[in-house]
Every structure is written in structure tokens, then in C-alpha cells.
Design a protein. Structure first.
Ligand code: AVJ
Length: 329
């Protein structure tokens, strides 16, 4: 029998909620926009291109760690969780990434969660062809405000019983988009999921600025395009009149907060108008579009402990650029 993935969409982020948030951000003294705005169809493709850039080390460093220590990670997962394994993938990504995980962990149920429901549908349909016997569930949701899955998604198909734990996979250092208090909340919610989840999470580490900055300001200009794309998005969403040529991509490291910040900087004095609003920008004034927090293995371990994860293990590369943590308890 050929299985079919099941899909569930939870509270799709409504256009008006996104628009309201963008309106408020543009009016703030330091103008800001949510990184959620990056991921429209073009933005998601630009992000995929970023992961191929020579300067963008996180994706390939993490992939190398998974390839090198995968067996070790799988053993840690097996000793922490009973069979059959439920695998929850946060921010699901593409076919190849998930497939590597299946071969490693042999889950009985794969639950893919992503803000972009359409992208998820394509991914799962493609994956199901390759893994015809694996139960797959797609959940379209924005878990940045709260991470909780409906019981029916995780329940056993025949008995309706809740799983005895699940493995939560949160790769790519996406946790870096959250400031420390939000990251703590997300980790606590992750731990509470499915009656006590184990977590396998990728974390980007603090490193010299001559490595860090080019990763967010590449010579080909892909990251600049990714950043500027939010202005196109606002023109559509808010009926705004941003001229992309008036704005310049900027990446800086905020040492005190230990984060990369991306901004869009006005090249000249200008006024932007949108439905129900307008704002003047002074020359060099910026719109803050993203934070990407960088951790040390010690500071991230302390965060996991604070979230209630008593057992931890982590793997890093020789250069100490990236870490994958496994946390339980
Ligand atoms: C998807 C949040 C992990 O912070 O490195 C890449 C997003 N922004 N280049 C990151 C991003 C600019 C990325 N995360």
C-alpha cells in the first residue's frame, strides 16, 4: 500500500496580522521587521542559495558533523527514547536533509513542522515516494509564538495512544533568531512536547569576525538580495512604495548581545508611504531585519539546563564553529 502524508494547518499567519506587525515595526524609533517576512517563495529560494555560498559555513559544517557523528547521535537517541521512534522536524527543509535523518534514526513516524505549509506539502509528497512505508504528517504552523502540537498529530494511528516521547530535530541554528528569553521559552515547550521529548539541535558558535561577517555579507550579494526582498514583500503586503535601490544591506556583529544583526540602511534621506502610514528616514538610518545569536557551547549548555534538560551531549568541528547538542531529561 502506498502511504500518503497527512496535513494539518494551524492558525495560518493571517495577512492582516503580518501587516499589522510590519506597520508597528516601521513606526518604531529603531524601525524593525520580523525575519518571518524573508520566507516568501523567492525568499526561501534565496535562503537555499545562501546555504551554498562559500562564506556561509553553518549548513555545511552542521552537515559534516551529522555525517561524522551520526552513528553516535543515533545511539544516544536510541538509549534515550523507546521504539517506535517519532521524529519531529522543526522547519523541515528539503528532501535530502530529512532523508539522511531517516537512514540514521529509522523513525516510525515523521512529523514535519514548518511555517510555509505549501513548501511542506511538496517536501512530504516527494519524500513519501522515496520512503513509501513511513508514516508522515505535515503541520503548517508558526511555532515562534508557541510550540505545541495537537494530540491527534502524534497519536498512534490504530490505538490513538500518545507516543512515549519523541525526538525533536531543530537544525541549522534557527534557534539563533530568538533572543535568549524567547529561546528559553521555546526549549521549555520543546521539552514538554510529546510527554518528554529529546532534542537534537544545531547551534552556531561565536567565532572571529573575519569568518562571521562575510557569512552574512557575501561577495555575490545573495544575502543582500535575501534582505532587500523583504521590501518587495512590504510593497505587496502594505501597498508600500519602497524603492529597493534606495537601501543598502548591512550586517554587523553586536558584541554585547552576541548576535549578528542584519539591517537595511537608507542611502539618502527619504520618505516611505504605505496604506495608513508614512515615515521619514534620515540618511544612514536603518531598518533592523534579523538577529542571529551566536553561543558558546558553555552558554548554550547553561540555557538547556535552565530549560530543564538534565542530560546533554554535544559534538563540534575542529575549528569550534558549530555545535550539535543532544539533550534529554
Ligand atoms: C535560518 C536563522 C539560521 O541566522 O544564519 C542566513 C538566516 N540570515 N543569512 C541564520 C540567515 C542571513 C539563518 N537562519
Amino acid at each position: 500500500m502506498l502511504r500518503r502524508p497527512t496535513f494539518l494547518q494551524i492558525d495560518p499567519p493571517s495577512r492582516s496580522a503580518l501587516a499589522e506587525e510590519a506597520d508597528a515595526g516601521l513606526r518604531a524609533p529603531q524601525a524593525w521587521l520580523s525575519p518571518k517576512l524573508f520566507y516568501d517563495p523567492l525568499g526561501s529560494r534565496l535562503f537555499d542559495a545562501i546555504t551554498e555560498l562559500p562564506e556561509y559555513y553553518p549548513t555545511r559544517t552542521e552537515a559534516a558533523l551529522m555525517a561524522r557523528h551520526g552513528a553516535d547521535m543515533a545511539a544516544a537517541v536510541r538509549s534515550a527514547l523507546p521504539e517506535p521512534l517519532t521524529l519531529v522536524d522543526l522547519g523541515a527543509g528539503n528532501c535530502t536533509k530529512a532523508a539522511a535523518l531517516f537512514d540514521l534514526l529509522e523513525p516510525a513516524h515523521y512529523v514535519a513542522v514548518d511555517i510555509s505549509a505549501d513548501y511542506l506539502r511538496n517536501t512530504l509528497t516527494c519524500l513519501q515516494r522515496e520512503y513509501p512505508d513511513l508514516r508522515m504528517s505535515g503541520v503548517g504552523m508558526d511555532f515562534s509564538a508557541r510550540l505545541a502540537l495537537p494530540a491527534e498529530v502524534l497519536a498512534d494511528e490504530r490505538t490513538g495512544a500518545a507516543p512515549q516521547g519523541a525526538l525533536l530535530f531543530y537544525p541549522g541554528s534557527s534557534i539563533g533568531n530568538f533572543d535568549p528569553p524567547e529561546a528559553l521559552r521555546l526549549l521549555r515547550e520543546a521539552r514538554a512536547l510529546a510527554g518528554g521529548a529529546a532534542l537534537l539541535i544545531g547551534v552556531d558558535l561565536i567565532k572571529p569576525l573575519d569568518v562571521l561577517l562575510p557569512a552574512y555579507d557575501d561577495t555575490l550579494g545573495v544575502t543582500a538580495a535575501f534582505n532587500l526582498n523583504v521590501l518587495r514583500r512590504l510593497n505587496a503586503l502594505l501597498g508600500a512604495d519602497f524603492h529597493l535601490a534606495d537601501w543598502q544591506h548591512e550586517a554587523r556583529f553586536n558584541t554585547a548581545a552576541s548576535r549578528i544583526e542584519m539591517h537595511l540602511r537608507a542611502r539618502t534621506e527619504l520618505t516611505v508611504r504605505w496604506q495608513g502610514g508614512e515615515r521619514r528616514f534620515a540618511p544612514a538610518e536603518t531598518i533592523h531585519t534579523e538577529n542571529s545569536y551566536k553561543w558558546t557551547t558553555e552558554s548554550f549548555s547553561a540555557l538547556l539546563t535552565e530549560a530543564g534538560f538534565a542530560q546533554q551531549k554535544h559534538w563540534t568541528d575542529e575549528r569550534g564553529w558549530f555545535a550539535v547538542f543532544m539533550a534529554t531529561g
